[in-house]
Design a protein around this ligand. Sequence first.
Ligand code: A2P
Length: 316
Amino acid sequence: MPQMPTLTFENGDTLPQLGLGTWKSEPGEVGAAVLQALQLGYRHLDGAFIYGNEKEIGEALQKAFADGIVQREELWVTSKLWNDAHAPDDVKPAVQKTLADLQLEQLDLYLMHWPVAHRPGVMLPKAASDMVPLDELPLATTWAAMEQLVQEGLVKHIGVSNFSVPKLRALVDGAAHKPEMNQVEMHPYLQQPELVAYCQEAGVHLTAYSPLGSPGTRPGDTLVLLQDEVVGTIADAKGCSAAQVLLAWALARGTAVIPKSVNPERLAQNLAATDVALTDDEMAQLAALDRHRRYIDGSFWAVEGSSYTVSNLWDE
Ligand code: A2P
């Protein structure tokens, strides 16, 4: 089994850098994928309430603990607060629901999923009235409720997801307990050097989601990261797959990375990316691929008539 690199938090806790993503892992398939991943040696699971599969993941975890595949203490579990539970009174019940579904007493990491607030009960907004403007329910207010979760021992670490530099800076500067993680889309077509530099300066870790370019999310899209020629040439030269090159790139940049798969061969292949070492020249070739391309562009929050737009999501 390859040696797993880790990221270290300020209290000394360590996060295995490569984890299993579970977005789009459907109920009916996610449990088997999680068990398989744990058997292969994955020790970091990334999930979220909105993925709709935490109950089945919880059942798989119980089986893994009972069968001695892994012990709770050896495993890092991350989940995320959905946009409809940003009101301070809704934060604790949201994490309690996730903990009940996962059948866990504590999460290792809990993230504010998006810098976007919905009315309670709204999973995906259809109208401006489904949204709560951030000046009515500021991110800092939600954050203060997340800080309480650490105090109460429900979660060990807290962070955010999909935060731009200005939004992250505002929380870091104003918070009693600064965000310890920002989980964002990140791959060679979306390298975000300013965000990486700011996070390094502020001591905030990064997790790269959609590291393979989230194939299939945008049918008909001609810009397919896994088919990039430079990535393919490097993969051929190293005798590995394009996916492994992309994951090795994320690991080499010092970010955590959470490829999703429900396929046993690809689960194993992705984990083995920790064995792939890219040369400086290969890193430079990959650095030249940046296209500032978001596959998950956040346009679903830019509901007409609301205060949310794609540009204020990513630029402000
Ligand atoms: P599957 O679950 O059938 O393996 P991302 O993490 O960027 O969103 O990518 C996830 C998508 O990429 C899923 O559709 C997943 O399908 C597929 N995938 C995961 N691992 C690999 C791999 N090693 N090679 C090709 N496709 C992969």
